[in-house]
Design a binder for this molecule. Sequence first.
Ligand SMILES: NC(=O)c1ccc[n+]([C@@H]2O[C@H](COP(=O)([O-])OP(=O)(O)OC[C@H]3O[C@@H](n4cnc5c(N)ncnc54)[C@H](O)[C@@H]3O)[C@@H](O)[C@H]2O)c1
Length: 447
Amino acid sequence: MPAPYLSRRDVLRAAAVIAAGSALPSWFTAGAADPNPVSTGPLSPNDRPGILLVGCGGMGTHDLSLAAKFGDVVGLCDVDAARLEKTSQLYPKARRFADFREAVRTAGTDVVINATPDHWHTLVNLAALKAGCDIYSEKPLTLTLDEGRRLVHAVRSAKRILQTGSQQRSDRRFRLACELVRNGRIGRLQHVITSLPSGRQGGPFVSAPVPAGLDWDRWQGQTPALDYVPERCHGSFRYWWDYSEGTLTDWGAHHNDIALWGMGLEHSGPVTAQAVPLLAPIPGGFSFPSLYRVEYTYANGVTHTCQTVVTEGPGGNVLTEPILPGELPNGVKFLGTQGWIFVSRLKIEASDPGILQEPLTKRKVILPVSDNHMQNFFDCVRSRKDPVAPVEIGHRSVSVCHLGAISLRLGRTLRWDPVRERFPTDAEANGWVSRAQRAPYDYAHVA
Ligand SMILES: NC(=O)c1ccc[n+]([C@@H]2O[C@H](COP(=O)([O-])OP(=O)(O)OC[C@H]3O[C@@H](n4cnc5c(N)ncnc54)[C@H](O)[C@@H]3O)[C@@H](O)[C@H]2O)c1
């Protein structure tokens, strides 16, 4: 018998695989009531929180357009005057800031949308917590494992709400896939594949004059002070070790988050990580490997492969067909003893149609329901309950990515203790739990 709780298998066996991207099973959509709802009703004009956006780039302005439905935009902050000016045109009443420390302390700021590059996430979040703000922080939540531990502690000490910008947690397809796996629908889970877009292969790049209005020193923050290179800055910072960890954190923060959710290990992590680069970066160019593969093992025996998709570029939202033989498209595949489920932003499919179509009548595990990630955050700002992607989960999800990245750096298999969050007896690997922070942009900057 392929999975528990199935009764009309023969009727449904006609097709080997079904794609349900546009039509989720009715039993799932009809029964989508949150067992623990947080919404306290529609917002009245009087309880619209004041919103500050820190980081007025592509994602920040998108996030703000969603957040502005639930609050009033009172502040905008960026270290690039041109970006600040452009976003100000959309929100002319909002005050403008170059220093987020001043911005978070300004009266009327209740909520911070943090859409800075990855190397700034933690310091901005710590400053926002110190000022008493709730936070919607973009993924990947941190630059290092140590930042994540500090952030978890700071959020809980300050009793603030933090929603990680892992919006796949508020996507019904991903929730359906994880709920089915968690309830044994594909039998005993054996292996997970997270398939990420490839990064960028480019360079060597040359330095250029710093554009007028960009505070390049502040943009670099805690990272080493270097000459300005346009490809290091806006948007493409994610393909450099200094500021990020390539698509391993950019997309891995999404898909490895789903892997942990499906495994039920979202407060834990792997016990080994073994990463290999599949293409050497060009000297003087983007420094994080554009193609790589990481193999993880977990204490419960589940194995996990996180790999790049050669045929898909870094944007990653569009599935390119055909894929190479054996290559899995951008998404997450759960393989169990009684079948498999593949889920992406485009579709959900399974080895047998019944896996998706048969109602889960005896759910041991009911996952929290959110169909709108930003609304879930604002609901929680009012209810003071945990959002669907709280700080611990954001930290653990990106920890999977950081472990792979450290293995890539060191070129060997690492053993990890997910309880102590240390590498047992591996001083060199433990040296990468944190990174040296360039003064004055260290923790003292926001103390
Ligand atoms: N959830 C998602 O699906 C998703 C999608 C895209 C990006 N993101 C995340 O959003 C973040 C931003 O990505 P992006 O593509 O918009 O980058 P971007 O480079 O376009 O924008 C970042 C902005 O932050 C500004 N900035 C840098 N340091 C700052 C500081 N100290 N104070 C204030 N502003 C500062 C930059 O000048 C820039 O305008 C990244 O962490 C990325 O991973 C998430």
